[in-house]
Ligand binder design. Sequence first.
Ligand code: SAH
Length: 352
Amino acid sequence: MANDLASMNIEELTALMAELGEPKFRAKQVLSWLARGVAPEGMTNVPASLKEKLSAIPFGGAKIIERKFSKRDETQKFLYELADGNIVEGVLMSYSYGNTLCISSQVGCRMGCAFCASTLNGKVRDLTAGEMLSEVTSVERLIPAAEDRKRTVTNIVMMGCGEPLDNYENTLRFLERATAADGLGISPRNISVSTCGIVPKIYSFTEDAPHITLCISLHAPNDELRRKTMPIANAYSLSELIPAAKHYADVTGRRVIFEYALIEGVNSSEEDARELARLLRGINCHVNLIPLNSVEERCLSGVTRKKAAEFAALLGRLRVSATVRRELGTDIDGACGQLRNKHIGSQTKEEA
Ligand code: SAH
């Protein structure tokens, strides 16, 4: 069931039109507006009486209330306000092939990773599919597509606030709408979902969304170390997580991506790289390394670029494909949860 207008597909809109006593063709008209993120008042070919009826239904919007530009690169960060006043964030990164938008799937997060700003105050609520779609369409409405491109956002990564597989049904609905020809029409190959490793959900995801790229936040080569920074590692050990990742790669024929944030003095030694290579042997995978983006509230810091490159080179020599991800937008709190926390923090200070 869709929980708001922006989440609806053609079947649901057709049923809604019947319920509202409207002709069937209106469903298609409304859907084409929704695919562009237009709320009822802006649906110019829809009669006022229907606009009014549609306005009575929650829309599922995400309104951009702040836009920050990085001075170091072309990264932009957005703060979105949801209808109930909650705040989430997104980051737009420019690459030669297009623009990747990193979106949020929950307000806050309950996974508790020690290095992550999104989880500091726990989870407030799940985002609806409509709200996630609105994160994309709001950016597209703000920034028109370049002349040689059909759209501004060519790629999506679900790597903002929240754990997408802890909001499973809405995430699946979002992915369906984001890839459908009558939705956003983005190729599934251009969409990545990142999880901290909820093993049963990884198996479901492999079945339900095999064309979407799966990223798994690993961040440690063994359970003992992983449990120090990621509470989810207490629920699922690597002896369960790694076979789930391998299963995804085997079934889909696509590489599984492992994310590994290099933390100084924690998981970035030569021995850690060797242990990681042993762990991932025989899996069709790629390791995305990133020096940890230091979080003010946590006493953990990232390794130098040079050390990250050495870690990647060693993995390469050990026959594990690995690259160091470009750090984008570090001057605008690019890491997930950082800007939202500052926003909430400044509000609290204002209120105090
Ligand atoms: N909940 C999902 C997706 C959101 S986080 C997940 O855990 O994968 C997206 C990625 O950023 C994850 O790999 C997460 O571990 C990582 N991350 C979180 N805080 C970070 C930080 N301070 N520096 C670098 N990466 C970070």
